[in-house]
Design a protein around this ligand. Structure first.
Ligand SMILES: [Fe+2]
Length: 507
């Protein structure tokens, strides 16, 4: 079968996997009143109310603290599950909400925020119906009928990236949605080629320093590999199968020669049986963490490495060495507790399990198939959302920034992060800044300083929720002096929903 027929087959198979609701009861999901009662006692929970159809569009100029450097000009985007409740329904799982893209436009000494719910097909149908209709990752609704393709339940809620003049709002299981960088209006799902409509374009593409975008998508038993050129045109699409079920396919790394995909032993699909209206997730006993390494030029040329069982959401980076190793940095947890329990506890307003995850480097020998693991000192912190300097993507990167939590006892009021941490992978040295007990720290990204040469000739840009102000704050730190904390802040007049991932585009 030629590759185009394979892709069509994969897309069609995906269309029948999940299901839509015909006439369910609103009581199937979690109870909004229970969460509201918890949030009344814990001001850190406010962002988890999310937004509604009216508050999902936000525009404001931020109040500035400190001096925003004139040399920093551009647009910082974030995305996350934002619409979490409808008509007495509340999703069980944090990952289920409809996506909302945040844009922080930084220029001329001002920071202007614009937020927009992504106008997906799902959002339009559910707006019209006045209730949730569609099965989500962690919440199911009774009374189901066949779905009309993956994009009928696509929430576009995981990451946002401006590439070649458009903003891509991305999700794991369907098309990217394109939005205008000018006003964040939704332009619609991206079909990179006519026969590739609804084929998954996952949420963690990597853009190499030359502007080429590489991405994957798991479509049934096929893995799709996307290569989009710096002008935003589809350069090539490739397909590969696998001798084992892919399970969860969330993130990937790119090197000069390879694509690297961690495959934790967790099923993340709509076929997983639900307990009541809640879907459960666990690691499959006895299954390893697999790492699939593929040749970029021919993804069917591949090696699979088996590592001790670990849950992995995110990679930091990867690179090739002269002696035939692929060096992969990632964040690993001993189990899937955050996916199964932590993200559900957050939605219920309960203090849940943290991620318990730590940075790891795996040296994967492409010649003899050997694996060497190097756990790195986390400094006693749980970390996630690893990022490296954008000019080092696919090359050796010495420094990795994480959102991190290291407080214990009564200070640990929630399962998320309160600080930002920079790891020097060469020396093992950890430096950090604590936003305090009244803050939730989110992903921070490296932003190169104009003319800067080293990895630390950069700013770190990231959001926090400030429970005392009940507002979202955009923070700017100097990567070389992270422990000094923000050199400038931009305070919004409202709280945004918590988000997952984002990216900066220089103006
Ligand atoms: Fe992610």
């Amino acid at each position: 079968m030629n590759p185009r027929r394979h892709l069509l087959k994969a897309a069609l198979a995906a269309a029948t996997a999940p299901a839509l609701l015909l006439g369910g009861k609103a009581t199937a999901a979690a109870r909004p009143a229970d969460f509201a009662a918890a949030a009344a006692r814990e001001p850190l929970l406010t962002p988890l109310f999310g937004v509604n159809d009216a508050t999902g569009d936000r525009d404001a100029e931020a109040r500035l603290i400190g001096r925003w450097p004139a040399a920093l000009r551009g647009r910082f985007y974030r995305n996350g599950p934002a619409l979490l409740e409808r008509a007495g329904q509340r999703y069980h799982h944090w990952f289920d909400g409809d996506g909302m893209v945040q844009q922080f436009r930084i220029e001329g000494g001002r920071v202007v925020h614009r937020g927009r719910l992504v106008r997906t097909a799902k959002l339009a149908r559910e707006r019209e119906a006045g209730r949730f209709l569609v099965d989500a990752l962690g919440t199911t609704f009774p009374g189901q009928a066949p779905a009309a393709g993956r994009d009928s339940f696509n929430t576009a809620n995981t990451s946002a990236l401006e590439h070649a003049g458009r903003v891509l709002a991305m999700w794991e299981g369907g098309s990217a949605y394109a939005m205008s960088p000018d006003d964040l209006s939704t332009q619609g799902p991206v079909s990179w080629r006519a026969d590739l409509a609804q084929v998954p374009f996952s949420a963690h593409p990597k853009v190499d320093p030359q502007g080429h975008l590489w991405n994957i998508g798991a479509a049934g038993e096929q893995l799709v590999v996307w290569h989009v050129d710096p002008a935003g045109r589809l350069a090539r699409v490739q397909l590969t199968g696998s001798p084992f079920p892919f399970g969860m396919v969330h993130d990937m790394a790119v090197t000069a020669r390879h694509l690297v995909v961690p495959l934790p032993p967790v099923k993340l699909d709509f076929a997983t049986p639900a307990e009541g209206s809640r879907r459960r997730f666990a690691m499959s006993p006895g299954e390893p963490l697999r790492v699939l390494v593929m040749d970029k030029d021919d993804v069917t040329r591949q090696r699979v490495f088996e590592l001790p069982p670990r849950m992995v959401f995110h990679v930091s980076n990867a690179h090739d060495t002269a002696d035939g190793e692929v060096v992969l940095g990632f964040v690993a947890a001993p189990d899937a507790a955050f996916l199964d329990e932590g993200a559900v506890a957050l939605m219920a307003g309960r203090p849940g399990v943290g991620l318990g995850s730590e940075p790891v480097v795996a040296r994967l020998n492409m010649v003899d198939g050997g694996v060497r693991l190097q756990p790195l000192a986390g400094g006693g912190a749980g970390v996630e959302f690893p990022r490296v300097h954008p000019h080092r993507v696919g090359e050796a990167a010495r420094h990795v920034v994480f959102a991190a939590a290291w407080a214990h006892g009564p200070r640990r009021r929630h399962a998320l992060f309160h600080g930002v941490q920079l790891l020097d992978t060469a020396s093992g040295r950890v430096r950090r800044f604590d936003y305090g007990a009244d803050a939730i720290a989110e992903e921070h990204v490296f932003v190169p300083k104009p003319g800067g040469r080293g990895e630390l000739d950069a700013w770190l840009l990231g959001t926090t929720f400030d429970a005392k102000r009940q507002a979202t704050v955009l923070n700017l730190l100097d990567a070389a002096r992270i422990e000094d904390g923000p050199v400038a802040q931009a305070v919004l007049p409202y709280a945004l929903p918590l988000g997952f991932h984002g990216n900066f585009t220089a103006a």
